[in-house]
Structures are given as structure tokens and as C-alpha cells.
Design a protein around this ligand. Structure first.
Ligand code: B16
Ligand code: MG
Length: 219
């Protein structure tokens, strides 16, 4: 029988709304290449790595480039993205997140981060949440991105808990699939129409309590 032992949090779109900055920076790049990127197309980029995102965007625009040009475009996008992130502060933590993580700690539930982003540590530092996580698994640590479960399985191993006792909080389809592929419970954060594979979907963390999450383990 499994019970709640750890919560693994995605970063972008779950703890902080950096998804809007990723979109602005990718859209700027697409526009520079002569096409646009819609909000719907951007949805497919959530949770996947920088280079995979770039490949998808180039396919959308029907643009073919050599590897060196792709790497320099990805670096340029990242510098625009980081410029936008400069304006972030602890006030940007999404409503209820800090309180919920604190409640987990009070209840001796372990807490980790599982993000595809290579900028995770920098962002957690800007929003003053670096010390909240007992482990940080980010895009610098793994070789396979979401929907592969590597990010979350590494987090569970770091925390020394079984995957079946973990709950993942995710705003992206790829992230929900990664959690399920790893044998974990998945709480979708956002739109139930998009996050159809999640065990449950919440709008956000305001008013959410540990007891609500423990319910996922009641059979
Ligand atoms: P970076 P998450 C993901 O973070 C984003 O959802 C995705 O849009 C982005 O491409 C990816 O990180 C890589 O980010 O360019 O900062 O390395 O949602 O897994 O926390
Ligand atoms: Mg995300």
C-alpha cells in the first residue's frame, strides 16, 4: 500500500508564471524568422527542453537551419528570456504555493523540484524559494526530457521514496505524462481540457491542503 511521502513540483507554470516569458521570447524569435507563434502552439512547448522547443517552432514556421545557427538562436532566446525574468521577485510566486509547501513540511512530507529548465536555480533564487526544496532536478541534470520520467524518478531517488508514494504537480501535458510513466500520481495545474491524463486537475494552490492530496491515495 502506498501513501503520500513526497511532492515533486514542476517550476514554470506551477510555482511561478515564467511560461508567459518563455512565450514572449520564443515569439520574438519566430517573428524575427518571419512567422508568428500562437498561444495554442505555445502550449505544445510547455515542459519540453529548450532545443526540443526550438525544433518544434522551426517546424511550425517551415524553417530549416544548420546546427550552429540553431544553437545561437537558442542562446539568443535564452538571453531575452532571462532579461524578462529580471523583473521577477518573491511577489511572483503563484498564489498559495508558498503556504502549501510550508504545510507539506509541517506534515513531514518531502519536497523536491523537477523542472526541464536549465534556469531553475536562478529563478528559485529570484523568488526566494531556493531553500524550500530538498532536491532540485533540472534540465542540467538529466539526459532525457519530459515525457520521459527521468526527471521525476531522479527526484524520488534523491528523496529516498518510492515513486508510488510521490505526487507530481505539473502544468504541462508532457510533465503529466512523465509523472504517470514514472508510476506517480499527477496533479495537473491549469486546464482540465488540456491536462486530461492527470489524476486530478486543480486551478491553483489557493485553499489547497495536504489532506486534499492525501485523498489521491485512498482506494
Ligand atoms: P530553459 P518546467 C520548462 O520548465 C518549460 O515549461 C519549457 O517551456 C522550457 O522550454 C523548458 O523548461 C526549458 O527551459 O530554456 O529555461 O532551460 O515547466 O519543466 O519547469
Ligand atoms: Mg511547467
Amino acid at each position: 500500500m502506498s501513501f503520500l511521502q513526497a511532492c515533486l513540483f514542476d517550476l514554470d507554470g506551477v510555482i511561478v508564471d515564467t511560461a508567459k516569458y518563455h512565450y514572449l521570447a520564443w515569439r520574438r524569435m519566430a517573428n524575427q524568422l518571419g512567422f508568428d507563434l500562437t498561444v495554442e502552439e505555445n502550449e505544445l512547448l510547455k515542459g519540453i527542453s529548450r532545443m526540443e522547443s526550438l525544433e518544434k517552432i522551426l517546424a511550425i514556421g517551415g524553417v530549416k537551419l544548420d546546427e550552429a545557427t540553431k544553437l545561437s538562436l537558442a542562446a539568443e532566446k535564452n538571453s531575452w528570456y532571462l532579461e524578462l525574468c529580471q523583473q521577477m521577485s518573491p511577489d511572483d510566486v503563484l498564489p498559495g504555493v508558498r503556504e502549501f509547501v510550508e504545510e507539506l513540511k509541517t506534515n513531514q512530507i518531502r519536497v523536491g523540484l523537477g523542472s526541464a529548465s536549465r534556469n531553475a536555480v536562478l529563478i528559485l533564487d529570484r523568488i526566494a524559494m531556493l531553500t524550500y526544496f530538498e532536491t532540485i532536478v533540472d534540465g542540467n541534470r538529466v539526459t532525457r526530457g519530459k515525457p520521459d520520467p527521468e526527471i521525476f524518478l531522479t527526484g524520488a531517488a534523491d528523496l529516498d521514496v518510492l515513486p508510488a508514494s510521490c505526487v507530481v504537480f505539473e502544468d504541462a501535458m508532457a510533465g503529466v505524462q512523465a509523472a504517470k510513466a514514472g508510476g506517480m500520481k499527477a496533479v495537473g495545474v491549469g486546464d482540465p481540457v488540456v491536462l486530461t491524463e492527470a489524476d486530478v486537475v486543480i486551478k491553483g494552490f489557493e485553499g489547497l491542503h495536504v489532506q486534499d492530496i492525501k485523498q489521491l491515495f485512498v482506494v
